[in-house]
Design a protein around this ligand. Structure first.
Ligand SMILES: N[C@@H](CCC(=O)N[C@@H](CS)C(=O)NCC(=O)O)C(=O)O
Length: 310
């Protein structure tokens, strides 16, 4: 059928756009496809790229819902916890089904620089590799590579918007444990940049818990004043940006909760003082694992989609 020269051009463009995501035949800007699997009508992919802020090769998972074959859609960033790579969320969170239903892209990066040959980087599970804490390090030993804050807030969104069909400015952020700390602190530090935020078992007050104190001493040094720039319980007290929807789920049988690593009550008290609305749901019987995360993932995606698709 002859559609006229301009309509034909539009059709060819749409077909090329679809090809880019379904057959992977178009070379993408600075990123390499590592894997691609069809899932719930969309695509679960993993890409690698050279990161300028971390000075190493990084991987991230991206789920493209069926709607992204033909239209731009909002994006939700997921930040994982200690010991995770991009694979934990991709394989265990069970989020793709809900992303397909709510027409959102999900981006799940790795949790630290990899293979940068810093002495001691692989010595413990809660510092160094797999434990970047979503901050920019200032200590001599770590500051060249451990800049996960800049990676998550600037570099990765640029890579995503240059290569995938995202609606500019329509983004939200969520995470788990160390990644819950990352999601909430990043949303509070960047008023208006993220439409909504949610977390599973977040480290809410890192300057007051052993995980946070160890990491902040190593990455930021001994001066505790500098730590406050990355502590959600401190940051929320001076938040004066647009209304933020904050949803937190916390398992009551989570051993890190009972050991005082997460401290959600401190965060909720600070929110009340600052008059920032927060929903904290204590979930009876649930632990810290991805079994807990998968159980409430639908609520979290719906929480973000309600704002992003409004
Ligand atoms: N089980 C770990 C603690 C770290 C941990 O529980 N990590 C959580 C995030 S804080 C996680 O998501 N682990 C990976 C997984 O469960 O797939 C250890 O003691 O070495």
């Amino acid at each position: 059928m002859f559609l006229g020269p301009s309509l034909n051009k539009v059709c060819i463009k749409v077909l090329q756009f679809r090809d880019q995501f379904t057959r992977g035949i178009v070379k993408m800007a600075g990123i390499k496809e590592e894997s691609s699997n069809k899932m719930f009508g969309g695509w679960q992919k993993v890409f690698s790229h050279d990161s300028s802020s971390l000075k190493c090769s990084m991987k991230f998972g991206i789920y493209l819902p069926p709607k992204a074959d033909s239209e731009k859609v909002p994006v939700i960033y997921w930040l994982s916890g200690l010991t995770c790579t991009e694979q934990n969320f991709v394989t265990k969170a069970g989020a793709q089904n809900f992303a397909a239903k709510h027409n959102v892209i999900l981006v799940a990066p790795d949790t630290s620089p990899r293979g940068v040959n810093i002495e001691g980087e692989d010595d413990s599970y809660d510092f160094g590799s797999g434990a970047g804490f979503y901050l920019n390090a200032t200590t001599e030993k770590w500051k060249t590579n451990y800049n996960m804050y800049t990676y998550i807030t600037e570099e990765l969104p640029k890579v995503v918007s240059e290569n995938f069909p995202v609606i500019p400015g329509k983004q939200s952020i969520m995470g788990h444990s160390m990644g819950g700390h990352g999601a909430i602190s990043i949303a509070l530090k960047n008023p208006g940049k993220y439409s909504s935020v949610s977390a599973f078992a977040p480290i809410c007050n890192p300057i007051e818990c052993p995980w946070g104190q160890k990491a902040f001493t190593g990455y930021l040094g001994e001066d505790r004043e500098t730590w406050k720039a990355y502590d959600s319980t401190v940051l929320v007290k001076s938040y004066n940006g647009p209304p933020l929807e904050i949803l937190i789920d916390q398992g009551k049988a989570d051993n890190f909760y009972t050991a005082g690593q997460l401290l959600p009550d401190n965060f909720v008290a600070a929110c009340a003082e600052a008059k920032v609305p927060v929903i904290l749901r204590i979930q009876e019987g649930y632990d810290h694992s991805y079994f807990f995360i998968a159980s409430f993932m639908e609520d979290h995606i719906a929480h973000h989609a309600k704002v992003l698709n409004a």
